[in-house]
Design a protein around this ligand. Sequence first.
Ligand code: UMA
Ligand code: ADP
Length: 457
Amino acid sequence: MSEANQVLTALASKRVLIVGLGKTGLSCVHFLNKHGIEVAVVDSRENPPGLEILQEKFPDIAVFIGSFQTDVFERADCVIVSPGVSIHELPIQVASARGAEIIGDVELFARLATAPVLAITGSNGKSTVTTLLGEMVQMSGLNVEVGGNLGIPVLDLLEEPAPDFYVLELSSFQLETTHSLNAAATTLLNLSEDHMDRYTGLDDYLSAKKRVFNGDGVVVLNKDDANVISLRNELERNHKVCIFTLNKPEAGEFGVKEHEQAQWLYFGDKALVPISKLKIKGTHNVANALAALALGQAVGLPMEAMVATLQIFPGLPHRTEWVANINGVDWFNDSKATNVGAAQAAINGLSENNLILIAGGQGKGQDFTPLRNTVSGKVKKVILIGEDGQLIDDALKGVTDTEYASDMQQAVKFAADAANSGDVILLSPACASFDMFSSYEERGQYFINAVNEVAKL
Ligand code: UMA
Ligand code: ADP
């Protein structure tokens, strides 16, 4: 019997409970049902998103909604937890203490996947690096499946024939329930506060992220991030470590150096490509490019193919995305900046000193004071939106002008009114979107629509 079949047979003998009926939960139901494994589903929401599909396609599956009823958990001996649910929820803890196995979809994937995995985590830049690396694999003439936190649940990737590589974006939430992933190459891109409503502090958040290093594959580390590089000695015991930096690289490192009167990406003393040729813009995206190169090199992708990819990869929507130039004012949509670190990177990355920033939303318990230094001298006005706009205002007292807007349309109008030709307007909220929008994509689209209205005036 193949290893994968052994894993599935072992699971079939257990009472499996899927917690959460979002994308992940539904994907688990589909996958396990296809392999003849019986499951039950529980979701604490009254009206979870996948309910209609579940009832239509799988009318025989038991589903419990509206709360986490303890008796439902008591019957389970394998609990598959969706990333949006904390494993510290009491019924999950009780099940675990009773000996039930607590895993996530990524753990199941790790046990079943037969091709090497490239795994990317970090507070910011994950989706960009994951997508870019996927494109690099393809440009190298190899087959790739890309997914994870990016949006395609990992078990869906197993529906396709095994590729040469899987490239996975993994969140701290997903890593919490992952035990046996042994990625061929992996990175923790950076670490800054996020999801502080779920973790007790930065250390707790880091310990979830560090689970990406559980295997023995190559580890790519960011030398410029103090929290990340402090792990180097510990990781060198079990891993080959590769380094990237925005500064001059040492031998064997990826970095940036001046060459022919321009800034170039370098590997050791080898000039690779001028930064001006990269399609993705901003200093943070230079770091993302270097991280992707290091991961690709770790698994033998040809440098020429990777460098060629960098010259055509346009980046992803809602990430420092240029929207329009109206009356000499450039508008950028960075709606995916859902934490302070991301907004700081966008503000610094655009390297302007004439910015008007639109920020605010759900702060997720973050400390906004680090924004103070970044905004100071660069941002001439901040338009505040959403339920935690006031917290940002408090953190920025005295360093810039602020104004409150009741919705995105008004925020765009206030920003347009405050801008002069040559200014840059940036939506980079530093917050989640769920107080006003269904997702960061919807927030970005509302912004783009409102900017297009301004263009018509
Ligand atoms: N929820 C409940 N009760 C439940 C189950 C979920 O209240 O019983 C809530 C959660 O608290 C959360 C929401 O429902 O607010 C969605 O949670 P989920 O686990 O059902 O989410 P999925 O639809 O399965 O999507 C998840 C990831 N979502 C989260 O981690 C919150 C998606 O990442 C990911 O794309 C998808 O799996 C496929 O792998 C999204 C995300 O916001 C983009 N990720 C966070 C981030 O990037 O910052 C980590
Ligand atoms: P993630 O998937 O980790 O959220 P994305 O690639 O989607 O990352 O980028 C989200 C936002 O994070 C971007 O809009 C930008 O503001 C910021 N960002 C991107 N790359 C980096 C980086 N390397 N360091 C810091 N911030 C970044």
